[in-house]
Structure formats: C-alpha cells, structure tokens
Design a protein around this ligand. Structure first.
Ligand code: ASP
Ligand code: MG
Length: 404
C-alpha cells in the first residue's frame, strides 16, 4: 500500500523512557504528514547482550529453543513500552510480538530466515488509524516456537515487513545520521553519504561498515525496497539506499577496513590440476568462508597457495591445512593474523579505468606494502598490515576526495 512507511528503531534510540518519547514524537510527526507508520523495534540498548550473557551463565551451550525464547524477550518489552508512550502522545497504538502477528520463519534457531508475514492485523489497524508496533528480531517456526534472526536482525524484520506491506520506504533509525564515507572514528574527515545503490551498500556492509545487518540489504535489493538510514537524534535526511544508478554516481562512495581477517599460506604445494579444490573443499565443508585467494606461479613444480578467512576460524583452518599438507607432501603452513583488508567501493568504478592504479600509487607513496589484491566490478580490496590500515584508509580518503 502506498503511503505506508516502516520505521525501525534500534536499541540506541531506545535507551530510556525519554528516548521512547523522542521516538514516539518522530512517529507522530510522520503520521501528521499523512503517512501510515508501522513501527518495528529492537530491544533497549544493551538488553540483548545482557540476556545472552545470562544464558551463558546457566548453560555453556544453551538449549536453542529456550535461548531464542530468552534473547527475544527484550523486543517484547520495547513494543509494549512504545505503544504506551504513543498513547500518551495521543497516537492510538497496538503492540505485536511475532507470534501475535504471524511472522513465520524456518526453525534454524539463532539465525532463522523469514518465510512469511501475515499482514491482516496490521492492515486492519492502519485503516482504523492505529499505529502497529512490532517486535523486530523474532519470529515463530512451524511449531509456534520462538526463533530469532541473528544479531542485528531487526533491520531484516523491518525490511521484510516493508516488502510484505508494499511500503514506500523502510526507514532505519539509529544513532548516526547515515552511512559514512569511512568510519568517523578512524578519520574525522568522514562524510555522510546521501545516496547509495544496494550493490554498494552490500559491499560496504560486508567489508566492515556496521550500520545495517547485511541480510536486510540483500532482502531490500531482491524486492527493490528503498532503505533510508537516519538518526533518531537529529532526524535529518539520512542516507537513501535504492536500486537506482545514475550518471552522477560518485566514482568512489566509501573506503572500509576490516579487523577480523587472517591470512594463511601453504608452502610447496604440488602444481597440478585439482590442487586448489583439494585445499579448499575440506575448508568450505567445515562452513569456513574463504575470501581473497592467491596462487603464485611455480618455478620448481610447486607453488605457494595463500588465502584469507575470518580470524575466528584461523586456527581451525590451520589445522585442516596441516593435515592436508602432510597428505600430499606439501610444506609449512603460515598463519598471519596481523592483517587488514582495505577496500574502495563505488558504482562509478564500472565506467572508469584507473581507480586501481591511483589506489596502488597512493599506498606506495605512503610506503604501505600490498600483500594481496582482489577486485570486482564495484570494489577493489587490498590486504595490508593491520597497524597500517588506518593510515591506508586516510590516505585513500584524501586521494579520492571523499570529504567533498
Ligand atoms: N536486539 C537484537 C540485537 O541486539 C536485534 C537488533 O537489535 O536488531 O541483536
Ligand atoms: Mg542494529
């Protein structure tokens, strides 16, 4: 239905009852502009983590069903409190949990995927001028057990609801006023970006910009639902993310860096067909995601094979490699956790050559050694020493004039 706007408020926008009043005010103002607001909320700031810690005090590996029942409860507090606050502001409102609504997921506890949303109650409320307030993060499986969508999952709840309702836009309210050209904590010249494509946002979120749960962007992209990230503290325009590419799109939208990658090298691998599959198969079958891969040219019929994985998986990967290397008579395994992946992202790259050259030159001028390189149509990533990552980010931000 046109005219519907989904507004999602995260924990930082709901840290105390004064913040609930500020949020109610935003919803009221939007409604007074003729929009039908459907609100989605997270737990109050810090609450989900508190519940997770409690669970771990009781059970080292918590029972999945009870774990979800526990950690989803913060959202139930938020919806009821917000509905009450809205009523104080003379906005008629009603709270819903996923169960009450009928937000159905698969039964993968802790990381469930949404299957369907029953919009009947919401549509009825809207036409009666009632503002529905819905729990983010939670769903129910076929048995009616509570499930959760993974940390940060309220973003995905909001986008899914917006899609199910045919909303105009899904607005994600947070404590920053949008997506930035780089992490403002790393570089004070970081600037808010006005507009991004889904593709760019997907790259930015997977590369370390933590504003949105990545699944929410995938969802929005699939159904072409515009997302607007904005601050509940300032309520200005924020960053609009949609499917539109245009001529004036910036060459580079942002520069990111990671601090959770590790690099592994297996030396003296026989340079024969099938060796890459032999190395990577046992790793991916453990659910370990391999990112940048380099296989060097061989001189003596053996080669070095290098790739990156998430740091939390580095020891596990090293063990797999050690066994493999013994199997085919390979050499040493080297593990390096002191690395960072620095990336440039921008749709404008599609139609411009020379971005990579400028990037490499900039890093060279700073004497920053590039250990690995990977490129896609709208992204160039390099692996550098972790303690040089901030300097790399700053110099690239300057070189591509991102503060303009
Ligand atoms: N409250 C949940 C979390 O902290 C979901 C969310 O905030 O999106 O992960
Ligand atoms: Mg969040």
């Amino acid at each position: 239905m046109p005219n519907i706007v989904v507004q999602k408020f995260g924990g930082t926008s709901l840290s105390d009852t004064d913040r609930f009043k500020a949020v109610a005010k935003i919803i009221k103002d939007t409604s007074e502009k003729g929009k039908k607001v459907v609100a989605v909320v997270s737990a109050m700031a810090g609450e989900t983590q508190r519940l997770i810690d409690l669970a771990k005090e009781v059970q080292e590996i918590p029972d999945p069903r009870e774990y979800d029942a526990l950690i989803s409860s913060g959202e139930q507090v938020s919806v009821a409190l917000l509905a009450m606050t809205l009523r104080n502001e003379k906005v008629n409102s009603k709270s819903y949990t996923a169960f009450q609504l009928g937000l159905r997921t698969d039964d993968y506890h802790g990381k469930a995927r949404i299957n369907s949303i029953d919009t009947k109650n919401i549509l009825k409320d809207i036409s009666a001028d009632i503002t529905p307030v819905i729990t983010g993060f939670q769903g129910i499986n076929e048995e009616g057990d509570i499930t959760t969508l993974g940390r940060g999952g309220s973003d995905t709840s909001a986008v899914a609801l917006a899609v199910a309702l045919g909303a105009e836009e899904c607005q994600i309210y947070t404590d920053v006023d949008g997506v930035y050209t780089t992490d403002p904590n790393v570089y004070e010249k970081a600037k808010k970006i006005d507009k991004l494509t889904f593709e760019e946002m997907l790259e930015l979120s997977s590369l370390g910009a933590k504003v949105l749960q990545i699944r929410s962007v995938e969802f929005a992209s699939k159904y072409n639902m515009p997302i607007r990230v904005k601050s509940s503290f300032t309520n200005n325009e924020g960053t609009l993310i949609n499917g539109e590419e245009n001529m004036e799109d910036a060459l580079i939208s942002g520069v990111t860096h990671t601090s959770d990658d590790a690099k592994l090298t297996i030396r003296k691998v026989p340079d024969i067909p099938g060796i890459a599959a032999k190395i990577l198969d046992p790793i991916s079958s453990q659910g370990i995601e391999v990112d940048i891969i380099i296989q060097n040219v061989s001189e003596d019929k053996t080669t070095d094979f290098t790739f990156t994985v998430k740091r939390e998986k580095s020891q596990e990967t090293k063990n797999i490699l050690s066994n493999l290397s013994k199997e085919f008579g390979g050499g040493e395994i080297e593990l390096n956790e002191d690395i960072s992946k620095v990336s440039l992202v921008g749709v404008g790259m599609k139609s411009h050559a020379g971005v990579a050259a400028t990037m490499f030159k900039t890093l060279a001028d700073k004497n920053i050694n590039i250990e690995m390189i990977s490129t896609s149509e709208i992204k160039i990533s390099v692996v550098v020493k972790e303690d040089l990552a901030h300097e790399a980010v700053k110099s690239l931000h300057d070189a591509f004039n991102l503060e303009k």
